[in-house]
Design a protein around this ligand. Sequence first.
Ligand SMILES: [Zn+2]
Length: 61
Amino acid sequence: MISLKACRNCRFITDQAKCPRCGGEVSRECQGYLVVIDPDKSEIARKMGIHASGRYALRVK
Ligand SMILES: [Zn+2]
């Protein structure tokens, strides 16, 4: 697992101190990794409420 951070709000993975997508707080304690290329065709993305392509953590503490 790469030491990246994930947004507590939208789970977007970033290496920045704040989420570049929603400005939310980021956490280092994230598990799993999901790449969403086409959110409309991805069942997992839909279940997780992801509406934009990108990299996301499956779980954020
Ligand atoms: Zn966010």
